[in-house]
Design a protein around this ligand. Structure first.
Ligand SMILES: NC(=O)c1ccc[n+]([C@@H]2O[C@H](COP(=O)([O-])OP(=O)(O)OC[C@H]3O[C@@H](n4cnc5c(N)ncnc54)[C@H](OP(=O)(O)O)[C@@H]3O)[C@@H](O)[C@H]2O)c1
Length: 300
């Protein structure tokens, strides 16, 4: 186990434990031997040092649930995590992404506990590359606005950390397929697909993201940190490189441009993140190349 100022030997609470990143974070906490309480809506089982508690963030008495869980640190992953989800149901987006975060932050501040909140690169408007933690955030998507609105509540917690994640990729370990699984599955079936070549992120594999969140919690890091990959690339580049590494036909992955499509909301063009702070805090974070991540992945 590494430096454990943040987590100590006490409990870590993970919200959104049944999600894509949640499955990887639970594995990382288990690997590091941290006793963990996992909150999700349903369908998770207790295992090893992980105790599952069903909690719906929209309806539960969160303060009561937090008193019962009594965590030293909360790793808060639960969210309406897609731009489309928040656009279509902004009220629910606010309840989960803003209001529940505000209440968790209030409890952590009062109880003197740590809080790691997963925000997003989509807090930026996409007008310039390599945004740093001190650049002004101006979200243009409703989803990004909910995350941006929640950030100050976390930063008001003395032991609060806002981890802004970039686009995450990798095979699901949650038992539910996500974007990446569905994309690779359709390429395996020989179906072509078109992806933007002129919209940029700094994608990060789910394993490295989980490693980073647990290590940052252990270190007790505070403030804002960008948690993203080393390379700036489009979804077209990401999926074509992943397909090639998996032995699939890369010519099935076709490029299109933002001007070819119409969007219900404006989409930021370049939300690549500068990760100088992350590299300083966690010099040993893996952040392997897409090809290496694919070769090391357990494929479904
Ligand atoms: N994946 C990415 O590329 C990415 C990029 C930037 C930031 N993030 C952020 O990282 C975090 C984890 O993302 P993810 O990819 O793991 O998302 P995910 O797979 O959608 O997981 C989010 C989890 O939150 C849970 N949740 C939603 N509403 C809830 C409620 N009312 N009560 C309790 N749980 C609720 C969901 O439960 P159900 O399964 O029951 O719906 C789901 O398990 C999120 O905060 C997301 O915004 C993700």
């Amino acid at each position: 186990m590494g430096d454990s100022r943040g987590l100590g030997n006490n409990r870590t609470l993970v919200t959104g434990a049944g999600g894509q990143l949640g499955a990887y974070v639970l594995e990382e906490l288990e690997r590091q031997g941290h006793p963990t309480v996992a909150w999700g809506r349903a369908g998770l089982q207790n295992r090893g040092s992980i105790q599952f508690v069903p909690v719906d963030l929209e309806t539960a008495d969160l303060e009561e649930c937090l008193d019962q869980a009594d965590p030293e640190t909360v790793i808060h992953l639960a969210a309406i995590s897609s731009a489309e989800g928040v656009r279509l149901d902004p009220e629910r987006g606010r309840l989960v992404n803003v209001e529940a975060t505000r209440r968790l932050a209030g409890w952590c501040a009062r109880a003197g506990r740590g809080l790691v909140f997963t925000s997003t690169d989509l807090v930026f408007d996409g007008t310039r590359p390599w945004s740093t933690e001190t650049d002004e955030a101006h979200p243009v998507l409703a989803y990004g606005r909910t995350k941006r609105e929640a950030e100050p509540f976390v930063l008001a917690v003395p032991r609060g950390l806002v981890a802004r994640l970039s686009l995450l990729y990798g095979f699901s370990r949650s038992g539910k397929d996500a974007y990446f699984d569905r994309t690779i599955a359709s390429l395996r079936r020989g179906e072509p697909l078109s992806l933007f070549e002129d919209e940029y992120r700094t994608p990060l594999d789910l394993g490295s993201a989980a490693f980073a969140l647990v290590r940052l919690a252990e270190l007790g890091s505070v403030g804002v940190v960008h948690v993203a990959g080393r390379e700036r690339m489009s979804r077209f580049d990401l999926i074509r490189r992943a397909a090639t590494a998996l032995g699939l036909d890369p010519s099935l992955v076709r490029a299109n441009r933002r001007s070819d499509a119409q969007f219900p909301e404006p989409r930021p063009a370049d939300v690549s993140l500068d990760t100088t702070r992350l590299a300083t805090l966690l010099p040993d974070i893996p952040r392997l190349a897409v090809e290496t991540v694919m070769k090391l992945s357990t494929q479904p």
